[in-house]
Design a binder for this molecule. Structure first.
Ligand code: SF4
Length: 500
């Protein structure tokens, strides 16, 4: 049999250079599992190496093909790297959501774009390259879930905090601001539970992030599948703490919550987005609108009852928002029983209905593409809405973020979470999440104004209130009783992992 020439595929996960964002906080650097899938689909006579800029500064590595992925906020960086390789005559291929939505733009920097799912076409892309027939565009469409391979995890040479795993793709909801339905389709494509469990058994971290956009979708069948998955985790002894993402309807089925907790779920990212029907209607958040904002607290209470903390996503700066609306949303977060909160600035992503509408009505202030894509990171206002300019929005959000994430606030939230969930591990996780989001959202102020927020958020200040001093001790105790114990138990029962 003829031996095939050995080749090299270099996979690069570029990071936004204008701010550190997720890279700022260790536990927020996530493994690029889409590149792990590409590695799994690549033929054996190809060596595969990953360069993740969130851990390692970019440096030139020789390869036959360079594969890049990017969200919109990291697209500009991807192009800069692609340009370097192009100058060296090395083939560059880009996939991911941004290249799918802005294919023509990406093709100005890379040789080839792979749109949507890669599973159905990657082997063909490699073959075409080897035969000198590489095309400019490949569209993988939305593959059947059976075609999704296990992520090839040996390429992840960095110390990621979480193992990521995806059990399904697609979302039928089609929210106005979101590109998931466009990218992954309306159909909820579920992988076989047993295949997911097999892959979970290959993961090594005691912490896991199930990255489905909505683990329970909007129907009973998906809820039953979730229960089967959770029971399977217990049966196989997969003892991890994990978080996942879901719509608020996950609270409807207490059996789902019961088994989720038993299987290790301690944190649920729930798409709350806004507290007013007007705002929900504007963003086409049909599910929340239909259920009514009055139903939120009942749903939160149910999730808490099962020992699980809530990480709510909240969007600020909708087209109809006034400054008063922004503060009302802030107050809702503070006064509700939400435990932790991802509070982002409305950002029109290319390809979405919202982007088209805002572009046509001239609202987009930052449109010097591709460099302005760096600002599309959900923390930087890029539009002038009818009521608030992007400049005013920056000032207002700074004020709102300080009040939401200052240490006194997040410590009070922590106490409330302990009371509501009776789970120290959920409480610690939600607290750490708030702490990390605060550091990310306010990174410029933390860095540039050491006498300002830094003084309050970090342990560097000599002048601390009695409240903070007392709660510092409580925090250490909570950590020891929950997470330290979890990690010790995990590594004790998985001694083999330490040796690998
Ligand atoms: S925001 Fe969530 S529910 Fe809405 S389309 Fe995106 S993934 Fe689906």
């Amino acid at each position: 049999m003829e031996l095939k020439k050995r080749r090299k595929l270099l996979l690069i996960n570029p990071t936004n250079q204008s701010r550190k964002g997720f890279v700022y906080v260790d536990s927020m650097r996530f493994m690029p599992i889409n590149l792990g899938i590409i590695a799994a689909l690549t033929p054996d006579h190809w060596d595969v190496e990953l360069l993740d800029e969130s851990y390692e500064p970019f440096h030139f590595i020789e390869a036959d093909i360079v594969g890049l992925t990017a969200f919109t906020s990291s697209a500009y960086r991807a192009y800069q790297i692609a340009d370097i390789y192009k100058e060296h005559g090395i083939t560059t291929i880009m996939g991911g959501v941004h290249a799918t939505m802005c294919t023509d733009e990406a093709l100005e920097h890379v040789h080839t774009v792979v749109q949507r799912d890669a599973e159905s076409i990657w082997a063909g892309v490699i073959k075409d390259f080897e035969e000198g027939n590489l095309k400019r565009i490949y569209d993988g469409g939305n593959v059947n879930p059976e075609e999704i391979p296990h992520v090839r995890r040996d390429i992840f040479k960095y110390p990621y905090t979480y193992d990521l795993i995806q059990t399904a793709r697609g979302c039928p909801m089609g929210c106005d601001f979101c590109s998931v339905t466009l990218m992954c389709g309306q159909k909820y494509r579920e992988r076989e539970v047993e295949a997911v469990l097999d892959e979970m058994e290959q993961t090594k971290s005691p912490l896991m992030f199930i990255v489905d956009d909505n683990l329970v979708n909007n129907n009973k069948k998906a809820q039953e599948r979730a229960i089967r998955l959770f029971k399977g985790m217990i049966a196989r002894g997969i003892k991890k703490h994990w978080l996942t993402q879901a719509s608020i309807n996950i609270a409807d089925n207490e059996e789902v919550l019961h088994w989720a907790y038993k299987a290790g779920c301690r944190l649920l990212l729930v798409g709350v987005e806004a507290e007013s029907p007007k705002a929900l209607k504007e963003m086409n958040k049909k599910l929340n609108l239909k259920r009514g904002v009055d139903s939120y607290e009942k749903a939160f209470a149910r999730i808490h009852k099962h020992g699980i903390g809530i990480l709510a996503t909240m969007i600020f700066g909708l087209e109809s928002d006034t400054v008063e609306d922004l503060y009302a949303r802030r107050d809702f977060v503070l006064n509700s029983s939400i435990d932790s909160y991802q509070t982002t600035v409305l950002t029109p992503l290319p390809g979405t209905v919202m982007y088209k509408r805002m572009k046509e009505s001239g609202m987009i202030a930052m449109d010097n593409y591709p460099s302005d894509w760096e600002k599309y990171q959900f923390m930087y206002p890029v539009v002038n809405t009818p009521n608030i300019s992007h400049i005013e929005m920056r000032e207002v959000m700074k004020d709102i973020w300080i009040s939401l994430y200052k240490k006194d606030t997040i410590r009070r939230k922590l106490m409330k979470t302990i009371w509501n969930t009776k789970s120290l591990s959920a409480a610690y996780w939600t607290y750490a999440t708030n702490h990390n989001y605060g550091r990310m959202l306010l990174e410029h102020y933390i860095e540039n104004e050491p006498g300002g927020l830094n003084y309050d958020m970090e342990f560097k200040s000599g002048k601390r209130s009695r409240y903070l001093k007392i709660t510092d001790r409580i925090m250490i105790l909570i950590y020891k009783l929950s997470w330290e114990r979890l990690l010790a138990n995990y590594f004790q029962s998985n001694k083999h992992l330490n040796k690998q």
